[in-house]
Structures are given as C-alpha cells and as structure tokens.
Write a protein that binds this ligand. Structure first.
Ligand code: AMP
Length: 114
C-alpha cells in the first residue's frame, strides 16, 4: 500500500490534533469538520480500505469501534448520540486510503445521507 497522509500523521511528520492514542489506534480531529465533533480513528497498521480487512484484523477493527465509543462517553455526548462512518472506495466517498472511522457528533445528523 502506498504511503498516505495518515501514515505521515502516525509518524508525526505532519501535525494533527491528536485526541487519543494507544498501541494500536490513533485518533485526531478531522481537518474539515462536518459537525461540531468530527474525529477520525485509524489503526496504526496501514490497511487501505475495508475491502482489505482480513480475519486477523477483527480485533483491530473492534478496537476502532471501542475507542470511538469510549471517546464519546469521555467527552459527554454518548447519551445525546453520534454517528460512526467508514467510507469505502469511490462511491463511498473515500479519499484517504488508510481505513478510518469518522465519529460525528454535536448536532442532529440527517438520515439518510446524501
Ligand atoms: P474519507 O473521505 O472518508 O477518505 O475521509 C478522509 C478525511 O480525512 C476527510 O474528512 C478529510 O477532511 C480528512 N483529512 C484529510 N487530511 C487531513 C489531515 N491532514 N488532518 C486531519 N484530517 C484530514
């Protein structure tokens, strides 16, 4: 997989507003926030798209969800609610080919998406 802007953030080669990190997951604020809260949760392991997830990545994928839910509770908006989104490839709107969970919150989010 080719290098991405998110790999550069993991290596601290470009700045980001990091809000959570552990051995497996990094989370930082989206540079073009679509809601009052818009945080991206990424695995430190480079995986291009959801299509590239393997059975062996099941725990890692779960870690992204758990980290997002823990962040929502910690920041106090879990009860009001939030949305998590993975975009995949062209029709999904994916622009950065290192999988990432979008966590959106802080306002009522319309459904269905456009
Ligand atoms: P996607 O369209 O699902 O691939 O989402 C990529 C997201 O990465 C977009 O919401 C961008 O705003 C965000 N993004 C791109 N570059 C950066 C950056 N340097 N720091 C933070 N977020 C970024």
């Amino acid at each position: 997989m080719s290098d991405t802007i998110f790999a550069k953030i993991i290596r601290r080669e470009i700045p980001a507003q990091i809000v959570f990190e552990d051995d497996h997951v990094l989370a930082f604020k989206d540079i073009h926030a679509q809601a009052p809260v818009h945080v991206l949760f990424i695995p430190k392991k480079p995986i291009a798209t959801l299509n590239d997830l393997q059975d062996g990545d099941a725990e890692l994928a779960g870690r992204l969800l758990l980290a997002a839910a823990a962040y929502a509770k910690r920041e106090g908006f879990a009860e009001n609610g939030y949305r998590v989104v993975f975009n995949c490839n062209g029709d999904g709107g994916q622009t950065v080919f290192h999988i990432h969970l979008h966590l959106l919150a802080g306002r009522a989010l319309s459904w269905p998406p456009g």
